[in-house]
Ligand binder design. Sequence first.
Ligand SMILES: Cc1cc2nc3c(=O)[nH]c(=O)nc-3n(C[C@H](O)[C@H](O)[C@H](O)COP(=O)(O)O)c2cc1C
Length: 220
Amino acid sequence: MTTLDLSRADTPTSRPAATAATAGYATPEASAVLDVLLSRQSHWPLTEPGPANAELDLIVDTALRAPDHGNLRPWRFVTIRGEARGALGDLLVDLACARAPGEPRSAHAHRRQKAFAAPLVIALGAALSVHPKVPEVEQLLAAGAAAMNMLNAIHALGYGGFWATGPDSYEARLHDALGFAPNERLLGFLFVGTPKNPAQPPVRPARCAHVREWLPPQSA
Ligand SMILES: Cc1cc2nc3c(=O)[nH]c(=O)nc-3n(C[C@H](O)[C@H](O)[C@H](O)COP(=O)(O)O)c2cc1C
């Protein structure tokens, strides 16, 4: 029978949570990168300023470095900024009205604000291909990895980000209105901007609850 020993001193699970201060095994450059990864958190709500065009290019470029089985390049991003957010907001109200047709339109007016919750909204898409070796789930994972790279880049540049889906993301009408093709899946939205309020670092889960070392069965 396989036994698990999470207390072994030489396993990564026994190390204290790494920070730049404790990561004595890392070069200063690596510590700086790890610090960015370890300090990322989601922020909501967000305000101006959002990333400048050159910063947005960098953010997108990090997405395009995500792992991608078969080089299928499934990443599709649609940026929504400025006045276009008003049209997105109207669409969100329309969708909410369609979901609850018995309620007056005014009951859904607040949903328009979602489009203005950040100066930049990035609709995340994945173009799904039929491939003999790369199932759909792997293509979705590649898109998720791209989104994660973007969140880290957003944080590294000093902005805040938030990945949200909600019922809207699964609406065919929104998918079509944003110009996604039939084989492209809408995976939610990254809201990007400057955090409105200073945030407390969130409590993160204990590493040992998420990692275990597999040991092969002992032969008798
Ligand atoms: C695919 C995906 C969809 C999400 N959708 C929502 C959402 O619709 N609403 C929400 O409050 N959080 C949503 N979240 C969670 C937030 O983005 C965020 O991760 C969470 O608030 C925890 O904050 P943290 O990133 O600082 O740990 C989603 C996360 C993922 C990965």
